[in-house]
Design a protein around this ligand. Structure first.
Ligand code: EPZ
Length: 440
């Protein structure tokens, strides 16, 4: 198993390019199932989750050819079965449910696994698809959905709000089913995340009739068929935000190229409140913090877009761990998403989890330590802490990072970080960690 090693203490200086968004790519690849012809997607990042989605599409009967970030896919003769072996590796596997149901009138999709960031229910996906007329049962760990014989999915008004707000992938699933349904569907309390809008824009290119994407009210008028389309994935706003914090935490100066300002304003505003310089420039997002500057503590609450993203909560916690004063970070989407806190404490952070929030007393210096990555964004927080810690940090279970950060070590090394990957070849059987489900 690989681990990342970081020698902390270097200011990051230079330019970094942002890859296509993982969380756009995954549903957009699922949406290609809806077309009668091939589609070409550009800006596809080379990530473990994306590779799992491509494997899943192939298992469903799709032909996929890839050249660097360009992916050509064609749904030739589809089978409606998404197996456990693939869907259990990644939460986004559930995105094939809506398209399969709409295209084939039936789908059997494994339930996605549990997750270290907290419970990940699917009731909103089921509610939305049932409202469109699907019959759905959970049998032997699979979601079995079908359109009753002789019928089509039919448009209706669907309220998709849950206890923790809107749902990104449930909105995606319902949109993808509704585009081929009869009549008009109105989704209330739809997720406003840019990745949902990117998906809807791709569907429009395929001939779908979708309006209101990016707002809580989405209207879809069903069409009979969709054709193939060409689309470029939006830049990854979470990767952007992570490099913004990397610049801030190392008191560096970084220009983040190919980033979209409008998608990261909540992160930018928080960094400005902390005392970091953040500018929207014509060639990218410029972030600077001086080495002798005192940064200020702040309170942060993670909630749905356009709020501060839950996928940036762990990273800002790492920054606040070395920011003078007391900060409180509250998590409104996944109240249990605080596993990174105990690992940050191993590095000297003063962080106390407290029922859906963490109280952070900034310390002047973290110290390198052996730590364990538990999920994608928690791992990113440990990398950020390692970049600023005194001495050497070793992060195990680095495969979590490979799910969401393209060429991480290469990009950080170009900015001046001392970071490399080591392979731990000899692994005594008696020390093996319990097996863990990877989802996200
Ligand atoms: C997406 O997951 C992202 N994943 C997650 O990114 C992200 O953390 C999350 O949205 C929130 O922004 C992808 O896009 C592939 P949700 P998703 O449904 O859609 C509850 C990352 O690090 N809920 O919007 O699965 C749920 O428990 C990851 O890249 C229900 O109650 O999340 C949570 O509290 C991890 N019932 C809230 O809604 C449901 O049926 C929001 O979850 C579905 C969700």
């Amino acid at each position: 198993m690989d681990r990342l090693v970081i020698e902390g203490g270097k200011r990051l200086i230079g330019e970094v390019e942002i890859s296509g968004a993982k969380n756009s790519t995954l549903p957009i690849l699922a949406a290609t199932l809806l077309a009668d012809e091939s589609s070409v997607i550009d800006g596809v990042p080379d990530l473990a989750d994306v590779n799992t989605m491509i494997k899943l599409l192939r298992a469903l009967g799709v032909e996929a050819e890839q050249e660097k970030s360009l992916l050509k896919v064609e749904a030739k003769s589809l089978v409606p079965l998404a197996p456990y072996e693939l869907v259990s590796q990644m939460r986004a596997g559930i995105c094939v449910l809506g398209p399969l149901l709409a295209k084939l009138g039936q789908a059997k999709v494994s339930l996605p696994g549990g997750c270290v960031i907290g419970p990940r229910p699917i009731d909103l996906h089921i509610k939305g698809l049932k409202a469109l007329g699907a019959e759905i049962e959970i049998v032997h760990g699979y979601i079995e959905a079908k359109v009753p014989p002789g019928k089509r999915l039919r448009g209706t008004k669907i309220h998709l709000g849950g206890a923790f707000g809107s749902s990104v992938l449930a909105t995606a699933n319902v949109i993808m089913a509704a585009v081929l349904a009869e009549g008009e569907t109105i989704i209330e309390n739809a997720a406003c995340e840019p990745e949902v809008a990117d998906l809807a824009n791709f569907l429009v290119r395929m001939g779908a009739n979708v309006e209101g994407q990016g707002t809580p009210l989405i209207k879809i008028r069903g069409v009979n068929r969709l054709h193939g389309a060409r689309h470029t994935i939006i830049p990854d706003r979470i990767e952007t935000g992570t490099y913004m914090i990397a610049a801030a935490i190392t008191r560096g100066e970084v220009l983040i190229k190919d980033a979209y300002w409008g998608h990261v304003t909540a992160v930018a505003e928080k960094l400005r409140e902390i005392g970091v310089t953040v500018e929207d420039r014509h060639d990218g997002i410029y972030v600077k913090a001086d080495p002798d500057q005192t940064l200020r503590s702040v309170d942060v609450t993670a909630f749905p877009y356009p709020g501060f993203p839950t996928d940036m909560q762990a990273q800002i916690t790492a920054l606040l761990a070395v920011t003078e004063g007391v900060s409180v970070v509250t998590e409104k989407i996944y109240p249990d998403r605080f596993i990174h806190v105990s690992e940050l404490a191993r590095m000297g952070a003063q962080v106390i989890p407290d029922h859906g929030r963490v109280i952070i007393k900034g310390v002047p210096q973290l110290t390198g330590a052996q730590v364990m990555a538990s999920d994608l964004r928690a791992s990113a927080a440990l990398v950020l802490a390692g970049l600023v810690a005194e001495g050497r940090t070793m992060i195990s279970r680095v495969y979590h990072l490979d799910r969401g950060y393209e060429r991480l070590e290469e990009k950080l090394t170009r900015l001046g970080a001392r970071i490399w990957r080591e392979s731990d070849k000899k692994k005594p059987v008696e020390n093996r960690e319990p097996m863990e489900v990877k989802v996200g």
